[in-house]
Design a protein around this ligand. Structure first.
Ligand SMILES: NC(=O)c1ccc[n+]([C@@H]2O[C@H](COP(=O)([O-])OP(=O)(O)OC[C@H]3O[C@@H](n4cnc5c(N)ncnc54)[C@H](O)[C@@H]3O)[C@@H](O)[C@H]2O)c1
Length: 429
């Protein structure tokens, strides 16, 4: 790659910021990273990757010379015109997006200037316009603003970043928008070059649509259970229609993660605050919440009251290949089981440490087999490959009961039944 690629700054070195930094370094840019978390910056400076993301450590190692880490904004301002912003935008108590970290970044920009903020964080539609107003009101009109939403998925973030299915760049038709488009050119992905508000809306609408697809198939699964159909067959038959497509048609115990939950809520409230009642999203959210809890009724149907029963949770992360516990279905499920008086013992190969911080009251096992020992029931919560490959004869021998609930429809029901286990999936015949 050319050494003359545009240098960039990246503010916020979490899942999105770090992958963005490492990805652009791989393409040849010098990247100046900034984070308020001094411990994180120190680890990154030593070459340690503070998150679990397949392929990231190797890529970072390969590009160490081009990656610079600091808690101070000055090196980024001195060396780069484009400052990518990838700070968190978690939900507030009201469900709106908390933009305090974004505003802290805006306030920290010196005046006057010829830099551009390139917004990677997911923000409500209208944020770019409001930031431009803030800049103008405090004599910083020299700043440009570009909305460049990120679509990577945790667990395959590096590959998603390097092979995007599209790149969205919203701007005002100035040098900054052109420069961001230029940075993404080598990816060869379809480009949506648009205005700031539309770019902001694309991100929220895309996530809300994906969440809708999941809640839809979960409702179909629940109906399948009533009428004796199999949702896996139904989803296969639906997904072969290229107007529908097979992705995001896997029924389960609800979507989780940091993005869907907060972005669906942020879009619903953005609509509400703007005077429009987005009815469909209310249902999407409610279906998802109920779906996490339905597993508890499945257990009760087989075991009766759960007080004193031992339940093993296989997996805690919101999906495989990540250590991220934000919004994970396991948080609700574990809390509900404990509220019913069950003893919950859990194992996750990567996310256990993060989970301990959020659920210190849970009993943590050292392995899947350790978790299921003497369990009355096992629930597959996260479909890590090692759970799919378990020896079910051994599982059956170690359990006290025989009920296995496959919360992700990822297990081979026939193999489990052959081992003498009582297998129940989500929406399966
Ligand atoms: N995680 C995903 O899969 C994903 C995908 C697409 C978009 N997004 C969006 O990207 C944004 C970042 O998400 P994330 O998952 O990377 O968050 P994260 O919590 O992993 O990382 C955010 C980082 O920003 C840092 N930070 C906070 N305030 C700062 C400040 N003032 N200056 C410098 N650094 C600061 C934090 O210390 C942290 O390291 C969010 O808006 C999210 O919605 C996330």
């Amino acid at each position: 790659m050319s050494a003359e690629r545009e240098p960039i700054g990246v503010i916020g070195t979490g899942y999105v910021g770090l992958v963005t930094a490492v990805g652009f370094a791989e393409l040849g840019s010098e990247v100046w990273c900034v984070d308020v978390d001094a411990a994180k910056i120190e680890r990154l400076g030593r070459g340690e990757v503070p998150i679990y993301e397949p392929g990231l450590e190797e890529l970072m190692g390969r590009n160490r010379d081009r990656l610079h880490f600091s808690t101070d904004l000055s090196p980024a301002l001195e060396n780069a015109r484009l400052l990518f912003v990838a700070v968190g935008t978690p939900p507030t108590h009201s469900g709106d997006a908390d933009l305090s970290a974004v505003h802290a970044v805006v306030e920290s920009m010196p005046a006057p200037d010829g830099h551009a903020l390139v917004m990677k964080s997911t923000v409500p539609c209208g944020t770019g316009a409001s930031i431009k107003r803030i800049f103008s009101d405090c004599g910083k009109s020299g700043y440009s603003y570009v909305s460049c939403p990120e679509f990577l998925k945790e667990g395959s973030a590096v590959s998603d970043f390097l092979h995007p299915d599209r790149v969205v760049v919203g701007g005002e038709g100035d040098w900054a928008q052109d420069a961001v488009v230029g940075l993404y050119e080598p990816f060869g992905a379809p480009l949506v070059s648009t205005d700031v508000a539309s770019a902001e809306m694309i991100k929220l609408a895309a996530n809300a649509f994906l969440a809708t697809k999941i809640s839809f198939i979960n409702e179909i699964a629940n109906v399948c259970e009533e009428v004796g159909a199999d949702v896996v067959e139904v989803a296969r038959g639906m997904g072969l229609d290229d107007r529908i497509g097979p992705k995001f048609l896997q029924a389960g115990i609800g979507y989780g993660g940091s993005c869907f939950t907060k972005d669906v809520s942020a879009l619903k409230l953005l609509a509400g605050n703007s005077g429009y009642h987005f009815q469909l999203l209310n249902a999407v959210i409610e279906v998802n919440e109920l779906q996490k809890r339905r597993v508890v009724s499945k257990l009760q149907r087989h075991l009766g009251a759960l007080a004193g029963r031992r339940v093993a949770l296989l997996g805690l992360a919101f999906k495989p290949n990540t250590d991220d516990m934000r919004g994970a279905s396991s948080l609700v499920l574990a809390a509900r089981l404990q509220a019913e008086g069950a003893h919950v013992r859990a194992f996750d190969p990567i996310a256990a440490e993060q989970a301990r911080g959020l659920m210190p009251q849970l009993d943590y096992a050292d392995s899947a087999l350790d978790a299921i020992a003497a369990a009355n029931a096992v629930i597959l919560v996260t479909e890590w490959p090692e759970f799919v490959e378990l020896q079910w004869d051994e599982v059956a021998r170690k359990m006290r009961g025989n009920l296995v609930i496959d919360g992700r429809n990822a297990l081979d029901g026939e193999a489990l039944r052959a081992a003498g286990l009582l297998y129940e999936g989500i929406g399966r015949r």
